[in-house]
Write a protein that binds this ligand. Structure first.
Ligand code: PGA
Length: 260
């Protein structure tokens, strides 16, 4: 399909800006030794680290794209504690995670808010990394595909096919996040293929074929190559293992082996 891989690190609520500076320098040195023409690397630090990371990435010309973990769907105004898409774009932020399961479960982000946020991110010229995934209970109840379909269709509702360039979909089964129990490569491919069909029903086949679909949940250097083996899996979203430069670079190296 000609889709390049995306390896994204979600730092969650970890690392102050000093620690971020050390990690990004270390990661940059390691990535500079890899051939990254078909593999893109992104990091999603906390808001307070973004300016620091941006400065190092630009100054040292590191092959790293900048991402955020969340953003407000409001443009400006009386929304205490929020950060806007314009503010992120000013820092050359390219990707924003939208609807991570932790935001859905812990901060009341529902399907409608996911849709409004994704639309705001795309309108600002950035890409939305829309996260979807079923819980263990939903999976046991046989509701996996229904949940994935509902979350995906809601997220892209109202978007034109031309928005495909600005959409990444991340399949993150909730039971695999932070548990050390990753999905199997077959499960990841099965879900990714279902998600591509779902995108196709809403945006059309050409758009769906161009959208990168990532797998996330307990990704490690050891399971990356296998997970990337599925034809519909175009990258990984990495939490815990992205907090160490050597480990994250090993994951990127595994992707380079797959993509050449
Ligand atoms: P994990 O987190 O790699 O620590 O399981 C993944 C995520 O939540 O994006």
């Amino acid at each position: 399909m000609g889709r390049n891989a995306l390896i994204a690190g979600n730092w969650k609520l970890n690392l102050d800006h000093h620690e971020a500076l050390h990690l990004i320098r270390d990661l940059g040195l390691r990535l500079n030794q890899l051939e990254l023409s078909k593999v893109e690397v992104a990091v999603h630090p906390p808001f307070t680290d973004l300016r620091t990371v941006q400065t190092i990435v630009e100054g040292d010309k590191l092959p790293i794209s900048l991402g955020a973990q969340h953003v407000s769907h409001h443009a400006k105004g009386a929304y205490t504690g929020e950060v806007s898409t314009t503010m992120l774009a000013k820092l050359k932020t390219q990707y924003v995670l939208v609807g991570h399961s932790e935001r859905r479960a812990l901060f009341g982000m529902d399907d409608q808010l996911v849709q409004q946020t994704a639309a705001a991110v795309i309108a600002e010229g950035m890409s939305a990394v829309i996260c979807v995934g079923e819980s263990a209970e939903e999976r046991e109840a046989g509701e996996m595909t229904a949940v994935l379909e509902r979350q995906t269709l809601a997220a892209v509702r109202g978007l034109p096919a031309t928005a495909a360039d600005a959409i990444v979909l991340a399949y993150e089964p909730v039971w695999a996040i932070g548990t050390g129990q990753a999905a199997t490569a077959e499960d990841a491919q099965h879900a990714a293929s279902f998600l591509r069909e779902t995108l196709s029903s809403s945006l059309g086949k050409a758009a769906a074929d161009s959208i990168r679909i990532l797998y996330g949940g307990s990704v490690q250097p050891q399971n990356t190559e296998e997970l990337l083996g599925g034809p519909d899996v175009d990258g990984v979203l990495v939490g815990g293992a992205s907090l160490n430069g050597a480990t994250f670079a090993e994951i990127v190296a595994a992707a380079v082996r797959c993509y050449g």
